[in-house]
Design a protein around this ligand. Sequence first.
Ligand code: HEC
Ligand code: HEC
Ligand code: HEC
Ligand code: HEC
Ligand code: HEC
Length: 472
Amino acid sequence: MYHACFQCHGTPVVPYKKETTTVENLVTGTKLVFERVEYWGWPNNGAGRVDPDGSIGTCTACHTRHTFSIKQAREPWTCGQCHLGIDHPHIEIYEQSKHGNIWEAYGSEWNWTALPWKVGVHFNAPTCATCHMSTLADKDGKILVEGSHDLRKRLVWDQMHFFSYPKPKWPDHTQNAIMLGASQLTGKGLLEKKVAVEGYRIVLEELPKEGELSFPKVLRIEYYGELAERRNEMKKVCNLCHSRQWVDNYFLTFDQNMIDYNITAQYAYQLLQKAYEQGIHDPTNKLDEYMEIMWYYIWHHDGRRWRNGAAMMSPEYAFWLGIVDTVMDKLGRMTNYYETAVELLELKKKLEFAPPTTGTQPMIPPEIETKIKELEQRLASLESEVPVMKSAIDNIERIVSDTKQKVEEASTGISNLEKRSSELESSLNTLESKVAELSTKLEAIAKPTAIVLAIIAIVISVIIGIISLRRK
Ligand code: HEC
Ligand code: HEC
Ligand code: HEC
Ligand code: HEC
Ligand code: HEC
């Protein structure tokens, strides 16, 4: 776990043992005796490290211990140690933005250590730190944007969970879930329990009058209260280098991306809920079946790339690796799978009402059998492209083959029974004829003769008995 999650996220650091130790100075030979504490979860430079005194976070995530360098903290790759990869590619997005282009071309000529950082004097394009943290000043040193180590101060949207919601009031989302009973994932209780920062409404943009040209808009987000302040903090940064219209319009389209993502994500999420209701998938393990895995990719990978790319100016991440992968690839696969599975379910339902057959005639009509095979193959080819631990296709296939087997068993059972009953019938017939034969014979023999014969039979059986006893 340390090298998987905690190296970026941080873990509690727990002191568990105190010991006395001696260290010798290799030059002077003097010995130093001191008490040392042993720690669990150490070393650990994760962003959310929980320290022994209860404080959260570590300066070392961005400032290494010995130099505690401001230059290093402002360098994008310092943040890129953790903010990278398919699920939060912030450094890649930055490198692909114009700002990143400029940093790559001219960064080496900038003054990275000046405090405060003067726009256009010390640097001429923003790094992660500029937009999210830095104290920024004009050429005379007048502070234009106050700096902050609170990374949420200039942020409005949480783009990392199922749906985009305003950032929570507390930095730790898990805390919201545990302490306040709100889910950052589904958004349940988030607004009702006032866990998220407040202050936005979605308004319908006035449509252009006839013959009038207008910026193509449908829905717009209006901010007030704390969210408006946060958005304004970020805009203040942009406005140091850009015009008001440039910045306002950029955020207008960014906000529209948040709305569009939410609509897409809701659609995908509801599709998965329908799959649960119809028994296509089993909700027990939420990450082992086809549509569940697609949904995971949508919110955790592609949908984040879409949103992050739109927020930080990477057309590649917003569009090809974002919108296209979310809508055309993952949602497309999800819909495809769902529709195929529903078709299969409906066929099976029809089969339940099919009349029972006898003899060698197959239970399932051949054209339906080929259709089922075709649908199964379609699901299988979809599944084969992703790692599915317990594939739904197995379930459906099993149900279909179970049903087939049961029908076969029943029909062979019936034919067995039929065979037996005909066997029984013939033996009954022979019995009947034998009984009839005997009764006619009996009738022919007179009663006294019958008694004499019976006595003789008894005597003979006694004699036979005696003989057989003697032999033994
Ligand atoms: C390379 C560094 C890195 C690793 C390794 C990593 N994460 Fe993350 N994780 C991040 C970053 C950065 C974010 C913030 C993403 C964003 O802002 O979009 C994040 C976000 C999250 C979130 C959402 C945060 C919240 O407050 O709700 C969760 C949960 C999470 N990670 C869990 C994990 C788990 C579990 C593992 C190990 C299996 C893991 N992470 C491994 C860097 C990492
Ligand atoms: C998320 C990365 C990050 C973390 C964690 C972090 N810093 Fe910083 N720090 C920065 C950046 C970036 C700057 C440069 C800010 C600027 O350009 O104005 C900076 C600047 C500073 C400065 C000089 C400028 C000022 O604002 O006074 C001090 C002092 C400082 N940090 C102390 C700390 C301490 C102490 C901690 C731990 C409690 C810490 N930092 C944790 C990124 C970080
Ligand atoms: C050691 C790893 C690490 C480094 C280095 C790091 N971060 Fe993070 N950062 C994280 C993790 C993990 C999270 C997610 C925390 C969570 O939500 O639980 C995060 C969250 C954030 C957030 C979102 C905060 C929120 O509450 O939603 C921003 C913005 C951010 N980091 C910016 C930066 C910047 C800018 C730098 C560089 C100056 C940086 N980070 C350096 C690991 C790191
Ligand atoms: C040009 C300014 C700018 C630069 C440069 C920039 N960001 Fe951002 N970042 C933004 C904006 C704008 C948002 C979204 C603000 C909002 O929510 O309203 C954002 C959002 C984020 C988030 C929140 C994502 C989430 O899932 O909730 C993280 C984390 C982040 N940035 C990290 C970084 C890192 C790391 C870098 C550098 C590699 C970086 N940013 C560079 C402007 C910038
Ligand atoms: C320190 C100055 C600076 C800051 C701060 C800054 N930018 Fe920029 N930005 C630039 C420069 C320089 C360019 C390239 C301009 C040119 O074409 O010469 C640029 C380009 C852009 C572009 C054009 C991208 C493209 O692909 O052509 C957009 C969009 C943009 N910035 C948005 C923003 C937003 C939004 C913010 C705030 C979140 C912001 N910028 C903050 C300096 C800045």
